[in-house]
Design a protein around this ligand. Structure first.
Ligand SMILES: Nc1ncnc2c1ncn2[C@@H]1O[C@H](COP(=O)(O)OP(=O)(O)OP(=O)(O)O)[C@@H](O)[C@H]1O
Length: 263
């Protein structure tokens, strides 16, 4: 991995809920082209970290900075849709699809994140949007093909099996042409074959140089895909390193054993 530049810097970020810290003084830097895994026991603060990066939550202290092509800026005070337009895409935990829409329509919503006009004006089919709509449709079909769902374009999204719903969410995120892709537990609940398909897709994206962050519990999955791993425990960043380094890290082993004993 060549460290050409930094895509994301999280600087001493803290966030609490009802007086309890979900994240406390967490810092990390993600390099361009890197796949960074974020692991940690339940309640460690992983989803909170992703929400602070995507803009669905704001930090109480600290800052999140983001930049590609030499343009670096603080993301503070930018709404999620603005961050999406800057190239930050998130695939949330579970399945979040637009019910009552086809697979293709779900992906087209992702493409609208990067256009000026938005989905509604596009849906009204004003003349100046038609050309853009055709391009978005083509992009969405390409994204579906990319994740192996080309034959499912006109099916209702909510009747797809879980593995394909997850793939559909990924296609939607890819259609927005992200520069930083956040994947929150993308493999959870998937069967072994679906998991393998997903792992290969993430490997392809990594080989193409897409910068990704990945929250995942499955260490085999993480060890295979991540360049580096950040470990959170009780809202703190307790370790960072390569998968090999993290596997042998005593603080990490203690955190997981502690979580097992408590659970
Ligand atoms: N919106 C919220 N309101 C109140 N508490 C919250 C909220 N979001 C997170 N928390 C709390 O913050 C802590 C960290 O939660 P978070 O979901 O970030 O952890 P996580 O590492 O993603 O956990 P999991 O692996 O279970 O998904 C938890 O104690 C959780 O209860």
């Amino acid at each position: 991995m060549s460290t050409v530049g930094t895509v994301l810097t999280v600087e001493s970020v803290s966030r609490s809920f009802g007086g309890v810290y979900a994240l406390r003084d967490v810092s990390l830097t993600v390099a361009e082209g890197e796949t960074r895994a974020v692991i940690g026991p339940n309640g460690a603060g992983k989803s909170t970290l992703f929400n602070l990066i995507s803009g669905h939550l704001t930090p109480e202290r600290g800052a999140v900075r983001y930049g590609v092509d030499g343009d670096r800026r603080s993301l503070d005070h930018l709404a999620p849709h603005v961050r999406a337009r800057l190239g930050i895409a998130i695939v949330f935990q579970g399945s979040r699809l637009f019910r009552g829409m086809t697979a293709l329509e779900n992906v087209m919503v992702g493409a609208h994140a990067r256009t000026r006009h938005g989905f509604l004006s596009g849906a009204l089919r004003l003349p100046r949007h038609r050309r853009e709509e055709a391009a978005i449709r083509a992009d969405a079909l390409a994204a579906l093909d990319r994740v192996g769902l080309a034959g499912w374009a006109d099916r209702a999204a909510d009747i797809l099996p879980l593995g394909q719903q997850r793939a559909l969410q990924l296609a939607r995120a890819l259609c927005a042409r992200p520069r930083l892709l956040l994947l929150d537990e993308p493999a959870s609940g998937l069967r072994a074959t679906e998991r393998e398909t997903l792992a290969r897709l993430i490997e392809d994206l990594r080989a193409e140089g897409l910068t990704m962050m990945l929250v995942e519990h499955d260490m085999a999955f993480v060890g295979r895909l991540a360049d580096r791993i950040s470990v959170l425990d009780l809202g703190r960043n307790i370790a960072e390193g390569t998968p090999e380094e993290i596997r042998g890290d005593e603080a990490v082993i203690a955190a997981y054993l502690g979580a097992e004993a408590a659970g």
